[in-house]
Design a protein around this ligand. Structure first.
Ligand SMILES: [Zn+2]
Length: 350
């Protein structure tokens, strides 16, 4: 059922009939591409955003087996320096609520209750926000299946990602995902090597694999498999295990990347987080670096909205920053043990 909100009806770019007329009617990636093209001629914020994207600078650092890019993107200052404490969030107008969207902003309805919007502060050559039509808080556990279906529906072009409410979401009070071009984040390409070089298989059964990776910068768990049902069950086990170990009140801290390939299925990468922002973010003087890591940064595109930071940032800074915001080595070791045990015990009983 589509919600009967007059503003919502007004902003829908085209109906599902247009999507149905596409060669593949579940190809929301192609539909999103059409949306972006339309917005690039009609909505000034998008025009500005993509014009400034042409001027971004990128440099990269090679680590053993993988790469991290740094992108100087002044347009991201709002997101990188967003105050997301409860009070500030309560005081501001939610920019994802339908009633507060810009006049020329258009969207596409996805799966009845989500709306695909072009992101006016792009990092990717094509960057979208996919938000719920209702003002629900950002929580992953009940909507993990939407992340799966969305990454399948946009799989020809995009990787879909989720930022937890305490570690990167600039609207922690409004349920949303984002999507950006596949292979733009180095991890999309580097993953097989990371798995080989730093991975430890925790579970492998029914064509489904769970791998734990610690590449000395980031600690993450990866799921690979074709069965939606198995992935959803495994995520609920993961979530329960992580929640028990990281006693955080809303949800344990994580950033997730999800991509889908026909014939291979899904690959879900879950970065485990300990901190929202690193000490460099708060440091005074020369030590100060405005880098506030979320899914894209952990995926290997670190955003610096200030040129001074872009110029001075080194490989060692990245090592310090990503390590500091990721869960510690000891936590990861204990977590791996318990997760392995739970997966082996409960999957076979399920
Ligand atoms: Zn909202």
């Amino acid at each position: 059922m589509q919600p009967a909100n007059s503003k919502l009806i007004e902003i829908i770019l085209f109906s599902n009939e247009v999507i149905n007329s596409l060669e593949d009617k579940d190809d929301f990636g192609a539909a999103a591409g059409i949306l972006l093209k339309q917005q690039q001629t009609k909505w000034d914020k998008i025009i500005e955003g993509y014009n400034s994207l042409k001027a971004v600078q990128t440099k990269y650092f090679e680590f053993d087996g993988f790469r991290i890019n740094v992108q100087f993107n002044p347009n991201r200052i709002i997101s990188s320096s967003a105050t997301v404490d409860e009070n500030s969030i309560k005081k501001r107008k939610c920019f994802l609520c339908i009633d507060n969207l810009f006049e020329d902003q258009k969207g596409l309805i996805y799966s009845h209750e989500y709306i695909i919007l072009a992101n006016p502060y792009p990092i990717f050559p094509e960057h979208f926000t996919v938000s719920n039509v209702n003002h629900f808080p950002q929580r992953i556990n009940d909507i993990f299946h939407v992340l799966l279906s969305l990454s399948k529906s946009t799989s020809k072009y995009f990787t879909v990602f989720y930022n937890g409410p305490k570690c990167g979401a600039s609207a922690p009070d409004h349920l949303h995902f984002q999507a950006g071009n596949k292979y733009f984040m180095p991890i999309d390409k580097d993953y097989p090597q990371l798995k080989k070089q730093y991975g430890e298989i925790l579970f492998e059964e029914y064509g489904f694999t769970v791998t734990a990776v610690n590449d000395n910068l980031r600690r993450f768990i990866a799921f690979e498999g074709e069965s939606e049902e198995v992935l959803i069950y495994a995520f609920s086990l993961f979530f329960e295990t992580y929640s028990l170990l990281q006693k955080y009140e809303d949800e344990p801290m994580m950033n997730i990347l999800s991509s889908f390939e026909t014939g291979k299925g899904w690959r879900i990468i879950i970065f485990l987080r300990e901190k929202h922002r690193p000490s460099h973010y708060y440091a005074a003087g020369d030590k100060n670096i405005l880098l506030s890591p979320a899914a894209v940064d952990l995926g290997g595109v670190c955003i610096t909205p200030r040129e001074t930071d872009f110029t001075k940032i080194t490989k060692d800074h990245l090592l310090e920053i990503l390590n500091e915001v990721s869960v510690g080595e000891d936590f990861f070791k204990s977590f791996k043990l318990i997760l392995r045990e739970n997966l082996n015990k409960l999957f076979l009983a399920h």
